[in-house]
Every structure is written in structure tokens, then in C-alpha cells.
Ligand binder design. Structure first.
Ligand SMILES: Cc1ncc(C[n+]2csc(CCOP(=O)(O)OP(=O)(O)O)c2C)c(N)n1
Length: 517
């Protein structure tokens, strides 16, 4: 086969795209047919499009380069939108190839015809390929658009005839994901505000690296200011070697309280902090009226926020601070029933060095960010950035394929995990080194908390039923085995510790259902 579909893939491979997560159909067959001709492109089948998009996001978060998805017209793309929303909010580079009906076939309005661009536009950059001749150039343009900076979701809509027609020469160009340097003026203004005192720094985005955190610590020590980490980071370096900073709380009353005293807030890789949701009588914005907000490094402009913090430390003549790692305390199990605290403590004690920790544990994971991640071996944390649940398992799959030499842990709330459960099958098929710990509290606990916050002391049976995951109880071990991976259930911290030790000693995926009381 020597057609334009081949140019699409060859150009993408040269541009740094090494993997395609796909659930294809007839309109993508020319692309499917040429994959075997391109050795540099790995293909991974996802059994639901949300798995493909979430995996592409996870791969890109770990490599800084886009992965591709190959999806089937509007309905296939629509199935993957929630995780593309998360990718958009995380500014992750993702390239979607979406097959469409042949150009001459569209006017017949066959059953799968729809307005694909209306969907793709909602998550980022879109281009519809008009002819086979533009395929190589369009392929490169999509990768370039995805890389930004800032990173974004880039979708190419590719009619089937544009795939099967004559080959055009591929382009051999590798764009690089260079971030912009911070402006001198922004650095100087940040220094001026911080010197005035009663200031805070909100770090986020690409500031959450070791160098970014260390620079933030120097700045904070020199100016006596406080540092918070944004509530929903995309990727954060964590561990016992990192300075300890609090995450800005999720609930508005707590976040407002945290920021109540600041006279100015410097934003490094983070946007102005606002409430996730509005609540009656609660403010949408967290920074007190009259306080100054200053953008040191705008995440939407693709500025290197870690570099900006280093420049700020230099501007302030902030002395270097000796780095020291905290010692991990010897672990003793209580052998009591698991709760979120015992769960996180045990996970931290056994986390392998250099692990990737996908945290979609929801209410079970709050204590991870607040306390336990600082007392674990160095690791990279990924987080559900856009609030659309169902990112965790696919992200873990993508991260494992991106970094085969690192152990991936999917710390997974049960309700959220059920959105994209088919990721288990792809993990098993790809022998991905993922250890999944399902926090089986058998409820949508956050929604029960929201009902209580809304003042509903005794929810009616219908309202309660909408937050309850019993009746029937979900059998996670059978589900995992059905998708082709070993699994067990644990009820105490001691059992969890044993299961983790066993899982980390093996290659390939394992699921541990941690049953919470
Ligand atoms: C795509 C999507 N659908 C629905 C929601 C609303 N939602 C937020 S949290 C949640 C349930 C979370 O339950 P679980 O994952 O079990 O975590 P827990 O609250 O029990 O800790 C739901 C349904 C959402 N955020 N995203």
C-alpha cells in the first residue's frame, strides 16, 4: 500500500508521535492497513474511545510529546471527549485522527454522518483534510498545533478518500515542545509584590518540577511568603526529597480561609484560583477583594513557570537552601480495617522509587496530596485535571506505555474507575506494569458530602440511591480477571501491604481491591 494514509503516519512518526491508541471503523481502514508498514508506530487497541483519549493524554503527560488517537467519525470521537476535556485543561498535547465519510459520500447523509468539527472544536484545534495531497502537511500541522506551547488537543478530520488516494511524500520534520521564557518585567513585578509582604505564590502547571519547587522555596523563605500548589495539577513531581507545600483546598470556604490574609498572590504556571462549583452564598473567587493578582508565568501562554520561579529567586537574591530528604518511617501495620488514612499511609510506605502515581482516588486521595506523598519515595503524580472522572485507568495505561521502566500505580476511586473500565483489558494485552489499587468505598462519597453541604441531613431514598454503589456490590476481582489480569481483595492495612509487595515483585498488571469501611 502506498497511499496518503502512509504519509500521514510517516510524517507523524518523524514528528515524534510513537503510539496510536485506537478504536477504528470502516472510515479509518486505509490508516489501519498501513500501520504495519511503519515500524516506529506502536498501536494499542482500546475497547472504548475514552480509554484511547485518556491513554494518549497519559502518554503525553509523561513524554511531553503527543500520542495519537484514531477514532471513528463523530460518535467515536464523542465517546472520547471527556478525557480530551481533561487533556485540554491539563494543556496536554494530543493528536486525534478522525475518519469521516469520503468527500463525495457525505451529501448522502449516511447513518454515521454528523458534524464532527462541532465536537472537535469544543476541545481544541481542528482541521478538516480536503484532499490527499495535503495529508503530510496536515499531519505535521496537527503535531505542531498540539505541541503549542501551550500544549493542546489537535484534531484532524480525514475523509476516507483522502486516506486511500495517491501518496504524497512524507515530511521529515521534528518540532520541539519549547516553552517561552518568562518576561523580565513579570519577574520584577512579582519581586516587588513579594517584598511588600503578606504575599502568596500559587504554583501549578509546569512549575511543579523539582527545580520549580526548590525555587519557590527559596523565594518563599526570602520574602516570608506562603506557597500553595494548585488543586488539580496535571503532573507533579512528589516525594520525600521535595519541599512540603500545601495544596490549595478544594472547598471554597477552606480555600478562602487559606488565602484570607494575602495582600497579593503571584501566579506561577497557575490561573487565578476559583471555586470548582458555585454554591449559594459562597464566593466564586478565592482571593480577597482588593488583593493584587500577578501573573508571573501564564500557563495559557506556554511560559516555563519553573524557569520563571528560578529567575524570581535570582531577582530577589534568594540564597540557595540545602536540600535534604526526609527519612521514611518504618512501617507497622495496624491490621485494622482500611480507611482513607490507613490506605494512603500504606501506599506511601511501599511505593517503589521513581513510580508514576495516577491519583484518581477522589476523597480517598486527599490525604495523599496533603501528607503522604511527601513521605514516599520520589515519584511523579498525575491527576484528573479537568474534573471529568474516568481519566485514571486510561492515563495509567498511557503512562506505562510511555515509561516501560517505571512502575505505574493507578490509585483509583471505584466510582470513577467504572467509567473507563475497559482500560484493564488493554493493560493486560500490553503487559503494562500497572498496579491498580481500587478504593472500594462502594459509594459516590463526594456526592454524599455534597448532599450534606447542601443542608440535606437525611436524603430521601431516591437521592441516596443515586450515590450508593451497593445493590449489587461490584465484584472487582471478577471484573479484573474477566479482563485478563490477576486480582485480589484486601480489607486491612496489613493485607494491603502484603498485596503491594507481591504486585511490585511481578511484571504486568495486577488489581488490588482495597475494601473500605
Ligand atoms: C464525567 C463525569 N461524570 C460525572 C461526574 C460527577 N461526579 C463527580 S465525583 C462523582 C463520583 C465519585 O465517586 P468515586 O469515584 O467513587 O469517589 P468517592 O467520591 O467515593 O471518593 C461523580 C459522579 C464527573 N465529575 N465527571
Amino acid at each position: 500500500m502506498n497511499n496518503s494514509a502512509l504519509s500521514l503516519i510517516q510524517t507523524a512518526v518523524h514528528a515524534g508521535v510513537e503510539v496510536c491508541f485506537t478504536n477504528p471503523g470502516t472510515t479509518e481502514m486505509p490508516i489501519v492497513a498501513v500501520f504495519d508498514q511503519v515500524p516506529g508506530m506502536r498501536v494499542v487497541l482500546g475497547l472504548f474511545e475514552g480509554v484511547c483519549t485518556g491513554a494518549a493524554d497519559g502518554w503525553a503527560r509523561m513524554t511531553g510529546r503527543p500520542a495519537a488517537t484514531l477514532l471513528h467519525l463523530g460518535p467515536g470521537f464523542a465517546n472520547g471527549i471527556a478525557n480530551l476535556h481533561n487533556a485540554r485543561r491539563a494543556r496536554t498535547p494530543v493528536v486525534n485522527w478522525i475518519g469521516d465519510h469520503a468527500t463525495y459520500h457525505r451529501k448522502f447523509d449516511a447513518p454515521l454522518t454528523s458534524d464532527i468539527a462541532a465536537l472537535t472544536n469544543s476541545v481544541g484545534w481542528t482541521r478538516t483534510v480536503k484532499s490527499a495531497h495535503e495529508m503530510a502537511e496536515a499531519s505535521l500541522a496537527a503535531v505542531q498545533a498540539a505541541l503549542g506551547p501551550p500544549g493542546q488537543v489537535a484534531s484532524l478530520i480525514i475523509p476516507a478518500d483522502c486516506q486511500w488516494e495517491a501518496k504524497v511524500e512524507p515530511l521529515y520534520i521534528k518540532p520541539s515542545p519549547a516553552f517561552h521564557e518568562p518576561s523580565n518585567q513579570a519577574v520584577k513585578e512579582a519581586a516587588r509584590l513579594l517584598r511588600k509582604g503578606k504575599a502568596g505564590i500559587l504554583v501549578g502547571g509546569n512549575a511543579l518540577t523539582e527545580s520549580g519547587f526548590r525555587a519557590a522555596k527559596r523565594v518563599a523563605a526570602t520574602t516570608d511568603s506562603k506557597v500553595w500548589i494548585e488543586t488539580f495539577p496535571s503532573r507533579q513531581e512528589c516525594g520525600r526529597h521535595m519541599p512540603i507545600f500545601p495544596t490549595l483546598p478544594y472547598f471554597p470556604e477552606q480555600a478562602c480561609k487559606a488565602l484570607a490574609e494575602v495582600k497579593s498572590l503571584v501566579l506561577a504556571g497557575a490561573r487565578e484560583p476559583v471555586a470548582f462549583f458555585a454554591y449559594p452564598g459562597q464566593p466564586s473567587k478565592f482571593v480577597p477583594d482588593g488583593a493584587a493578582l500577578h501573573m508571573l508565568a501564564d500557563p495559557d501562554e506556554g511560559v516555563d513557570a519553573a524557569l520563571a520561579l528560578e529567575a524570581l529567586a535570582q531577582e530577589l537574591d534568594a540564597p540557595a537552601i540545602a536540600t535534604s530528604s526526609r527519612t521514611i518511617q518504618a512501617y507497622t501495620a495496624t491490621n485494622q480495617a482500611l480507611d482513607p488514612e490507613k490506605l494512603c499511609r500504606t501506599m506511601a510506605a511501599f511505593l517503589p522509587e521513581n513510580a508514576i502515581f495516577m491519583n484518581e482516588a477522589a476523597t480517598n486521595g486527599f490525604a495523599w496530596n496533603a501528607v503522604h506523598s511527601f513521605n514516599a519515595e520520589p515519584h511523579t503524580m498525575l491527576f484528573t485535571t479537568g474534573g471529568a472522572i474516568g481519566q485514571g485507568l486510561p492515563n495509567a495505561l498511557g503512562a506505562a506505555i510511555a515509561c516501560p521502566d517505571r512502575r505505574v500505580i493507578a490509585f483509583q476511586a471505584d466510582g470513577s474507575g467504572l467509567y473507563t473500565l475497559q482500560a484493564l483489558w488493554s493493560m493486560a494485552r500490553e503487559s503494562a506494569d500497572v498496579t491498580i489499587v481500587v478504593c472500594a468505598n462502594r459509594r459516590y462519597r463526594i456526592l454524599q458530602a455534597e448532599l450534606a453541604r447542601a443542608g440535606i441531613k437525611e436524603p430521601g431514598p431516591k437521592a441516596w440511591a443515586l450515590t450508593d454503589l451497593t445493590r449489587p456490590v461490584i465484584d472487582w476481582t471478577e471484573l479484573a480477571k474477566g479482563f485478563g489480569m490477576p486480582a485480589c481483595s484486601v480489607y486491612t492495612d496489613g493485607e494491603l501491604a502484603d498485596a503491594l509487595i507481591r504486585a511490585f515483585a511481578e511484571h504486568g498488571p495486577t488489581l488490588i481491591e482495597a475494601v473500605l469501611t
